[in-house]
Design a protein around this ligand. Structure first.
Ligand SMILES: Cc1ncc(COP(=O)(O)O)c(C=O)c1O
Length: 439
């Protein structure tokens, strides 16, 4: 193990020895190299005559650039558009994102969390988490309906075992009993478990209510209290798009931080969906847990491990993207603009609910609970989802996602409100076509 990694491990152990035990084999070995970066920092301070340390090109005092590139950037200064970002992410953006996180999650006000480390979108955040904290054979507990890429990252790439539970119980609410059962099964033997919590949820568009959130936190806290090492990961990709009064309005992360010394809360979020900048690839990974003594060196050690993981993978996320997200967050119109888009999506969700209340759909499908995010799902009663999906595409030019044998996902995030009745009528017509073809 590299001496810098050893130092980081000792710092982590001083703050919370359980967290050190939770790191993966790679996680224990990871560190943030001092080499070029620290020599470059020294040169920045002292090399007043000639500084030949940086891995970019310059001309005079300017960054070297091609007008054919910078000509497309409008008012964005070339240095903001073209330079490297730190592996940790742009410092001012990390600060701003944490401040916004605390404002959006009032429960965080009296809890200490790390500074967010910038990832290349939330997918990369999931991947960094998996590399740093999970070893092959570890168990990840997630619902039966889930974002397919978790399988790619956790199972295919990292060799983890996925333990599924039915998301909804009989009453159409979060199935906390099944969740707990699966957690216990997954932790058996290893004494460690990863709980992946994704609200607003892809694909159903469901977010738990306050009391369901309390039950989830209680279950995870109880497991940790019994001696199980619990990694509670919240994928908050669709954070903020909560459309109903009874829906939890903050991240479970905020409630999980510091619940028990054996529980590490990890927040994965980003500008992707929240700020409608899917292709910019700006995500974040943030940690919260019980820390004995001073929290800052402990969290800095986790941030350095994460940045080391990023350094050895993509090196750093786009500076231009981080600049754009940061500038937007400082714009006086930012909050109002976000609220306007929220209202558009909220109205679409309400319209979907209104349209689906019509009796005529009753014998064709059931509607899964939804109250947030970009999506909703229906469960077909008489025809297979994949067959219907293909039929709707071929016959009517309508595209939906088949997420299971009987489940179809509708992304109303990309439908105009006025198109919603036509969409469901077309799906119903498709069902009738297939039923007629079978009889
Ligand atoms: C639940 C969930 N997590 C993560 C992502 C990926 O986000 P990003 O585009 O920032 O990688 C998505 C995107 O579809 C998602 O639905």
């Amino acid at each position: 193990v590299n001496p810098i990694a050893k130092e980081l491990n000792a710092t982590i152990a001083r703050g919370n020895a359980h967290i050190l035990e939770m790191l993966s084999g790679i996680g224990r070995e990871l560190f943030f190299p001092k080499g070029i970066l620290s020599q470059g920092a020294e040169a920045k301070q002292k090399a007043h005559r000639l500084n030949a340390t940086i891995g970019i090109a310059t001309e005079g005092a300017q960054i070297m650039c091609l007008p054919s590139v910078t000509g497309q950037m409008g008012a964005i200064p070339p240095v903001e558009a073209l330079t490297y970002a730190p592996s940790f992410g742009v410092a001012a953006l990390r600060q701003a994102w944490r401040e916004e996180m605390v404002a959006k999650n009032p429960s965080l006000a009296d809890r200490q969390v790390s500074l967010p480390v910038v990832t290349c979108g939330i997918t990369h955040g999931v991947s960094v988490f998996a590399e740093l904290w999970c070893d092959p054979g570890d168990g990840v507990v997630l619902p039966d309906m889930f974002w397919g890429n978790y399988n790619m990252i956790f199972n295919v790439r990292r060799g983890l075992h996925l333990w599924h539970y039915p998301l909804f119980g009989g009453s159409g609410r979060f199935n906390v009993e099944a969740f707990e059962r699966r957690l216990r099964e997954a932790a058996e033997g290893s004494g460690k478990v990863v709980a992946l919590l994704n609200f607003p949820h892809n694909p159903t568009g469901y977010t738990v209510s306050e009391d369901e959130a309390d039950a989830i936190v209680a279950v995870l806290g109880a497991l940790a209290g019994e001696g199980i090492r619990v990694l509670a990961v919240t994928d908050d990709s669709y954070f903020g798009l909560f459309f109903e009064p009874q829906t939890l309005k903050e991240s479970l992360f905020a409630r999980l931080c510091g619940v028990d010394p054996r529980l590490l809360a990890v927040k994965l979020d980003g500008a992707t969906k929240e700020n409608f900048v899917w292709g910019l690839r700006v995500g974040f990974i943030t940690y919260g847990c019980h820390v004995a003594g001073e929290a800052q060196p402990f969290y800095e050690a986790l941030e350095k491990k994460s940045a080391g993981c990023i350094r050895g993978n993509i090196s750093n996320a786009s500076h231009l993207s981080q600049y754009l997200v940061m500038q937007a967050m400082q714009d006086p119109n930012y909050a109002r603009e976000k609220q306007e888009k929220f209202e558009i999506l909220r109205r679409r969700a309400a319209r979907v609910r209104e349209v689906l209340a019509d009796e005529k759909y009753r014998d064709a499908w059931d509607v899964y609970p939804f109250n947030s995010g970009y999506f909703m799902c229906i469960r077909l009663k008489t025809v297979p989802a994949e067959g219907l999906r293909l039929h709707l595409l071929d016959r009517y030019g309508v595209g939906l996602i088949a997420t299971g044998e009987r489940d179809l996902r509708v992304a109303y995030s990309c439908l105009d409100e006025s198109d919603i009745p036509e969409l469901f009528d077309t799906v119903l017509q498709g069902v009738r076509d297939l039923e007629a073809a079978e009889s």
